[in-house]
Design a protein. Structure first.
Length: 103
């Protein structure tokens, strides 16, 4: 039998460190950069709520690029969910066995 089994992690080798795409690292880098700029601009003796607000960009982007099972990260999961919800709901068959209304 000429069966060929594709390894389960074949797509993982195309990701950086096995988890991230270049856009994921750009998004996370921008979030961390924005957080550092805000931390340097404002006084370090602020309340906890203000400090959480300053850390929010890094936390949100870190959450988006965090690896999850069956998707390489949450950003990809959210993209797939939005595409499913707002995507085309009615599909038209255009196969080799249909005349497309022509005789």
């Amino acid at each position: 039998m000429n069966n060929y089994l594709i390894p389960a992690n074949s797509k993982k080798s195309m990701l950086i460190l096995g988890f991230f795409t270049p856009i994921d690292l750009i998004i996370f880098g921008l979030g961390c950069t924005f957080t550092l700029v805000m931390l340097f601009m404002f006084n370090s003796k602020v309340e906890l709520s203000a400090m959480l607000l300053f850390l929010a960009p890094a936390l949100v982007t870190g959450f988006l690029v965090m690896p999850v099972p069956y998707y390489h990260n949450i950003l990809q999961l959210l993209t797939n969910v939005v595409t499913f919800i707002f995507g085309r709901k009615r599909f038209y068959w255009r196969g080799w066995c249909v005349n497309n209304g022509e005789e």
